[in-house]
Ligand binder design. Structure first.
Ligand SMILES: *Cc1c(COP(=O)(O)O)cnc(C)c1O
Length: 382
């Protein structure tokens, strides 16, 4: 027996050999990722490797994660409801703040009802399979977020992607395939997370109507930043983890659709409710957004100041990509900006398509005009 154990400790376990070989394959392309400790000391500054940097890569667009009222709301909720929901919402995890939060989100999006999930990823991978199955068709923009693709793959429906924002390609797919599938879900993002551009929502709404497809939009990067278009979408999904400065996901839709999700969305049914502090923080953040439209307008205004200074196409959201091509080039540019005191992460495949590695800049309400001007000067040097 001890002989066998000795042999095992000398020979690398097959699982570790496998992991190491997969990781080694990533190295030559500059695609290996690792975690770097980063403390966000306020909404704008981070401490990394003992250095203080100004972050231009957080999705905390309105800097609400460090807002004193939002922090206090979270603390009060912990005192009143504890640190965890304790169970799935269908068991005992459905504390009263969640209903308040859902009512507020439904009113904001102009829908009958809303359902809050543990996070945006869970909302997408739960909602999509609750609505379509093996006989059905899913048509999605190729640049849709990984969790929309993941949700689609959980369905065993026929999945067709169309080139980014290409309406005529989406139309052609629907024309060719819609009739032979009983139900069809059309998926896109309102603001594309890695490109910062917008989907043609009105035209997609018309397309969905013409083909009786159900339009589902992911507004992760729109909430509080890009004024809400009164959307024709049947399902408006989003996250509380970005502009709302908290954590959690939501789906706004008709009462019937939400009731179906409560009964069929597995990531809702079999996962613990959102923690009270997150729900309270999000609720307070939504209240602040409502009363402070000037704050909400700042990220886009600063992004536009940046694109103007550098002669880039005008920003359509708080996200501005600068595409550099290969991963090594993007990493080098990110390191150079770090030397100048700015944190801007290089985004590499498979998050973005091969050959489109980039710096992804995000602008937030807490940045000053001077911060943006200094950043633009540092980027111009590159
Ligand atoms: C971040 C993101 C999500 C996931 O939201 P989380 O709440 O962080 O899980 C979903 N969709 C898009 C487009 C995103 O950018």
């Amino acid at each position: 027996m001890s002989q066998v154990l000795d042999d095992q400790s000398r020979v690398e376990k097959s699982i570790d050999a496998y992991a190491r070989s997969k990781l080694t394959a990533l190295d030559p392309m500059g695609l290996r990722r690792s975690l770097i400790e980063t403390d966000r000391t306020d909404a704008i500054e981070v401490m990394r490797g003992g250095r203080r940097l100004i972050s231009f890569c957080c999705n905390d667009y309105l800097s609400l994660s460090h807002h004193p009222d939002v922090e206090r709301a979270a603390q009060d909720a912990i005192e009143k409801f504890g640190t965890g929901a304790g169970a799935s919402r269908l068991v005992t995890g459905n504390y009263s703040l969640l209903g308040e939060l859902e009512a507020k989100l439904a009113a904001l999006k102009g829908t009958e009802a809303c359902l809050v999930f543990g996070c945006g990823y869970l909302a997408n991978i739960g909602t999509i399979p609750a609505l379509v199955g093996a006989e059905d068709l899913i048509v999605l923009d190729e640049l849709s977020h990984a969790c929309m693709h993941a949700g689609a793959r959980l369905t065993s429906a026929r999945i067709e992607t169309f080139p980014h924002n290409d309406l005529s390609a989406a139309h052609a797919i629907l024309k060719r395939m819609r009739d032979s599938h009983p139900r069809c879900l059309l998926l896109t993002e309102t603001i594309f997370s890695m490109d910062g551009d917008r989907a043609p929502l009105q035209a997609l709404g018309l397309l969905a109507r013409d083909f009786d497809a159900w339009l589902m939009t992911d507004d992760a990067h729109g909430l509080g930043v890009v004024p809400h278009e009164n959307s024709d979408a049947d399902i408006q999904m989003g996250t509380l983890s970005k502009g709302a400065g908290s954590y959690g996901g939501y789906v706004c839709a008709s009462r019937a659709v939400i009731d179906l999700l409560i009964n069929r969305a597995r990531s809702f049914i079999y996962s613990t409710g959102l923690p009270p502090a997150s729900a309270a923080a999000a609720l307070e953040a939504l209240t602040i957004m409502e009363r402070d439209p000037e704050m909400c307008a700042r990220p886009l205004a600063l992004a536009r100041a940046f694109t103007r200074k550098l002669g880039l196409p005008e920003a359509q959201s708080a996200i501005v990509p600068v595409i550099l091509g290969d991963a090594e080039h993007a990493l080098a540019a990110s390191h150079a900006l770090e030397q100048d005191g700015f944190l801007v992460i290089a985004i590499r495949p498979p998050t973005v398509p091969f050959g489109t590695a980039r710096l992804r800049f995000t602008f937030t309400a807490g940045h000053s005009e001077a911060d943006v001007a200094r950043l633009a000067a540092a980027v111009a040097k590159l």
